[in-house]
Design a protein around this ligand. Structure first.
Ligand SMILES: [Zn+2]
Ligand SMILES: [Zn+2]
Length: 237
């Protein structure tokens, strides 16, 4: 059975029902104030479909919404200019990016963020943290102390959990590059590691739209502290 939705023009889901006649509850979105609509504003002939199955409102994510009207083909207001964008803004900013890897990874993270590919955001974000920590350890310790970041037995960089532990243990050496390598920062990195693991290794775990948006400012902070420290390490060594 189909689930119909009332959606604000910015793409927030206000209400859903299997019966489109019962759906109009809110004139305006509580989050952003935009008008709530239940049918295609172009043709007024197509109810907005949240899912082709019967699912609960809280299980509908913005990424599930149709981007185009099934009747007239017009793109819905939340589809953005190119029919893809479901939210604005960025998950991490590019204030401290340096080099092609940073730039490409941050761009991909933010592209996934805007189109609602929530799990991909966290997997890529974890990759950004992992790489930045390797660069910090490698930049400071060099190949003389390669064991800090590299697993010679398996000829690869350490697993993320080992890297975070090494980074944590090395803070007395690394403090010279940043004032922000605090316990709180380390704890946040462990939290994001857990989220990234769940995304990469579990088929069941899903991250909600709100959850991801709530993480955004902390994620940007953690990434910026690490990237900035990495830049200082590279400048000094
Ligand atoms: Zn809204
Ligand atoms: Zn239409």
């Amino acid at each position: 059975m189909t689930t119909y939705a009332q959606v604000c023009r910015d793409g927030h889901i206000l209400n859903t029902s299997p019966n489109p006649e019962y759906i109009k509850d809110y004139e305006y979105c509580e989050d952003c104030g935009a008008e709530g609509i239940i049918e295609c504003p172009e043709c007024n002939d197509q109810k907005i479909i949240a899912s082709d199955q019967n699912i609960r409102t809280e299980d509908v994510a913005r990424g599930d919404l149709d981007l185009f009207c099934r009747s007239c083909g017009a793109s819905f207001p939340w589809a953005g200019d190119n029919g893809m964008v479901i939210r604005k803004g960025v998950f991490v900013d590019d204030d401290y990016v340096n080099g092609a890897f940073d730039r490409q990874t941050v761009e991909e993270i933010n592209r996934c963020y805007r189109i609602g590919a929530n799990s991909a955001v966290l997997v890529l974000y974890r990759k950004l943290l992992e790489n930045t920590i390797i660069e910090i350890l490698r930049g400071h310790y060099g190949t003389d102390r390669i064991k800090k970041f590299y697993d010679n037995n398996h000829s690869r960089f350490h697993r993320f959990s080992v890297l975070v532990s090494e980074f944590d243990d090395s803070r007395a050496d690394l403090d010279q590059y940043s004032d922000n390598l605090t316990d709180a920062l380390i704890n946040k990195i462990w939290e994001f590691k857990g989220n990234g693991d769940a995304m990469a290794h579990s088929i069941k775990y899903e991250v909600e739209d709100d959850e991801l948006e709530d993480m955004s400012s902390e994620s940007a902070y953690v990434a910026n502290v690490l990237l900035q420290a990495r830049n200082e390490v590279q400048r000094a060594n």
